[in-house]
Design a protein around this ligand. Structure first.
Ligand code: NAD
Length: 304
């Protein structure tokens, strides 16, 4: 059955992948201020688009009327940007999220599924990360995500608005913008290699990350629209070092690669790995192995 669905940040990397999937069976309305998102990410999709800012509560209320679910992806999705401009990250990530929750409550929306981040865990070396561990945010971005999670829980308790927060780990895949200095490491590695440039690794490259393919993140969002409210890690539950990652990408591209090492970046964590048992309880199973997902991603970048 076709339902009205709203996606904030739907012209961005993850939001547009979600829009592509949901628009096959639903009436999808995307709200985005195009600050980092692009209209071309929505090309060929049967979606409605509203150029708007999360700061505009009246606009959100009107847009949410009649929606069954709001997928809230909009944010200043960058730790670095949040360090440079904490006020802006606060305005979008905290005030903007509060507007989304208020508008959803007042418009009678049943459920809000929102994007949170593994950044809330901070630098504790304890692995794998579980949702009930102490959150130790180390950047304004992480504070904004943790605060948004608290607001989501409070709106469930006070107003009965069903809310789910998904803590994404390192997401990659088609439509991730490689030209942005804030973009994920996989998109930067692939685009450097396709241009025969040397990829840059900060530090010795032995740091590990839990990379999750965007299609699995899309599936997680759809499952979350029926799952018990709460906080869930969304990841592959596998970790890989950046050195190994470069080796895998260069093997796929059949290119010899000698990455350039630069000093480790302040605040970068050494290792990251998720426990996804809670997400498995809502039926989430990461389906993509890294090599297949990289292949699809590389094919997409080649077509750009
Ligand atoms: P993105 O920058 O591609 O998408 C964010 C979208 O939000 C953009 O289209 C942007 O134009 C829009 N936006 C920003 N401020 C807005 C505002 N005030 N009003 C309306 N729209 C606004 O980033 P992404 O990687 O697709 O991230 C999506 C969500 O997932 C974000 O909440 C991000 O924090 C979270 N997240 C992403 C990752 C990852 O690896 N990409 C990891 C953890 C969490």
């Amino acid at each position: 059955m076709s339902e009205k669905i709203v996606i904030t940040g739907g012209a961005g990397f993850i939001g547009s992948n979600l829009a592509e999937c949901l628009s096959r069976d639903n009436d999808v309305l995307v709200i985005d201020d195009l600050s980092t998102g692009k209209m071309e990410n929505l090309a060929g999709m049967d979606v409605r688009f509203l150029n708007g800012d999360l700061a505009d509560l009246a606009l959100l209320k009107e847009a949410f009327a009649g929606a069954a679910c709001v997928f809230h992806q909009a944010a200043i999705a960058s730790v670095k940007k949040s360090v440079e401009d904490p006020l802006r990250t606060n305005a979008v990530g905290i005030d903007g999220t509060l507007n989304v929750l208020i508008a959803a409550r007042d418009a009678g929306v049943e459920r809000v599924v929102q994007a949170s981040s593994a950044a809330v865990y901070g630098s504790s070396p304890k692995l794998p990360k579980k949702e009930d561990m102490l959150a130790e945010p180390m950047s304004p971005y992480a504070v904004s995500k943790l605060t948004a999670e608290h607001y989501a829980r409070v709106f469930l308790e006070l107003y009965g608005l069903k809310t789910v927060s998904l803590r994404y780990f390192n997401v990659f895949g088609p439509k991730q913008d490689p030209s942005s200095e804030y973009s994920g490491v996989i998109s930067r590695f692939i685009s450097a290699l396709l241009r025969d440039e040397q990829p840059v690794i900060y530090g010795d490259g032995e740091q590990t990350r839990d990379f999750v393919y965007v299609s699995d993140v899309v599936s997680a969002n759809i499952l979350a629209s029926n799952a018990a409210p709460g906080v869930y890690n969304i990841a592959s539950a596998k970790s890989i070092s950046l050195n190994t990652l470069i080796a895998v990408i260069s093997r796929i591209l059949r290119k010899e690669v000698m990455p350039r090492h630069e000093p480790a970046r302040a605040g970068d964590i050494k290792h990251s790995l998720a426990d996804i048992s809670r997400a498995k309880c809502m039926g989430y199973i990461p389906k993509y192995n890294l090599a297949d997902a990289l292949l699809e991603t590389i094919e997409w970048y080649k077509g750009q």
